[in-house]
Design a protein around this ligand. Structure first.
Ligand code: SF4
Length: 394
């Protein structure tokens, strides 16, 4: 496990409890003291990070409130909105156990080869019009050929030409020498390559490549000048210790953004039916990552609707970034509902950088007001249940 610097004056670590065990709160919860220490520049210890994951439900809102102080210190009330464009779906020769696009997956997903430039730009523009300041161009597969990188650089150049202020992140798998530099030269801002799970758990979720292979690509992208985006998927049978191990490794690698996914157990994959998370666990995981990496963009990613459930909006007090709309092979909630959730939390969508040369504000809706509501009429008159012949809403 990657070790963390020890505290000069560590607050007492709260007693570890199994997740979800309702116990009486200690007389003086120390979560805000931990936030004070982090705000003063101290790195949390692995033991403290572990304690966050094991905080009892009775302390959960205290943990979230403390973690939110770090989030607001570094990101104010802004939420970065990202939009995924799946350039190539399915048909991957790798065997990542969690992935619906893996070798021999029988998940009923869309399978298609490369979108052309026009199709990709059209998809990207839909996300930008909805408020995204970053577009993530993703392709399944072990890694791209140089010809495929050329397809992506054409797409990046077209998107940047249309909307210069938007950030573009590429996610194409393992990179070969020179490919990160080509992406950078075309205008890409970032490269995503998730570590996915802890090194000590990697053999349990994939056999066709290694954790070290993934680390290598993260380093290549970073070395070429691309912002490093790398995160993980929680809920794949890892231990709390392994989640902490991974969070410290991501921090040590200096990544700029950490997507936190919660396992979607697709039918037709080896992790079909694996369902170990509850909404409070998800908040604890996000909070732990925030304590470990207080100034890093934390993106609540795939699985948030399913696993956070009614606590989704609270997650934004810890995470400062999300994907709008649909994911690579699964549907998210409506994009308008994502924007409404941000507004309901009293937060604002981070606008793209309008100082970029060539940016045309007419191309973007710079209005920060809440989107049209996706809710029902403010007062829906009851027409079912008692006094009617319609079934009750129960
Ligand atoms: S995660 Fe990526 S490399 Fe692994 S099976 Fe899915 S598409 Fe292939």
């Amino acid at each position: 496990m990657t070790s963390a610097p020890e505290a000069a004056s560590a607050p007492a670590t709260p007693a570890a409890e199994p997740t979800g065990t309702p116990t009486a709160a200690p007389a003086a919860p120390r979560w805000h003291e931990l936030a004070d220490a982090v705000l003063a520049g101290r790195q949390v210890t692995a033991e403290e990070a572990l304690a966050v994951l094991r905080a009892p439900d009775t302390q959960l809102m205290e943990v979230v409130a403390a973690a939110s102080r770090l989030r607001f210190e570094h990101f104010g009330n802004k939420v970065k909105v990202n939009y995924l464009v799946n350039l190539k779906s399915g048909l991957c020769p790798e065997d990542c156990f969690y992935c619906s696009q893996r070798l021999n997956s029988t998940a009923g997903i869309l399978r298609y080869t490369w979108l052309n430039t026009e199709e990709a730009v059209t998809a990207a523009k839909a996300g930008i019009a909805a408020g995204a300041s970053r577009v993530c161009l993703v392709a399944s597969g072990t890694g791209p050929s140089n010809r495929e990188v050329g397809k992506v650089t054409d797409i990046i150049e077209a998107i940047k030409s249309d909307t210069p202020g938007v950030e573009v992140c590429a996610c194409l798998g393992a990179l070969k020498d020179g490919q990160a530099e080509s992406l950078c030269a075309s205008g890409a801002d970032a490269y995503n390559h998730n570590l996915n799970t802890a090194e000590s758990h990697y053999e349990d979720i994939c056999t066709t490549h290694t954790y070290a292979d993934r680390e290598h690509t993260v380093a290549q992208a970073h070395g070429a000048g691309l912002s490093a985006c790398s995160g993980f998927i929680a809920g794949m049978g890892e231990t709390h210790e392994q989640l902490v191990e991974l969070a410290f490794d991501l921090r040590a690698k200096g990544v700029d953004s950490i997507p936190v996914n919660f396992l979607l157990p697709f039918d037709g994959t080896p992790l079909e039916g694996v369902d170990t998370l509850n909404p409070r666990d998800c908040l604890r995981i996000l909070s732990m990552v925030r304590f470990v990496a207080p100034d890093v963009e934390i993106r609540v990613a795939a699985g948030r609707e399913r696993h956070l459930g009614n606590l989704q909006g609270i997650a934004l007090y810890v995470a400062n970034s999300l994907f709008l709309g649909d994911y690579l092979t699964s549907e998210g909630q409506p994009g308008a509902a994502d924007l409404e959730m941000i507004a309901d939390a009293g937060l604002e969508v981070l606008q793209m950088d309008t100082a970029v040369e060539g940016h045309d504000p007419q191309n973007q809706d710079d209005d920060n007001t809440a989107p049209a509501s996706t809710r029902q009429d403010p007062v829906a008159i009851r027409t079912r249940g008692a006094g009617t012949s319609e079934p009750a809403n129960a």
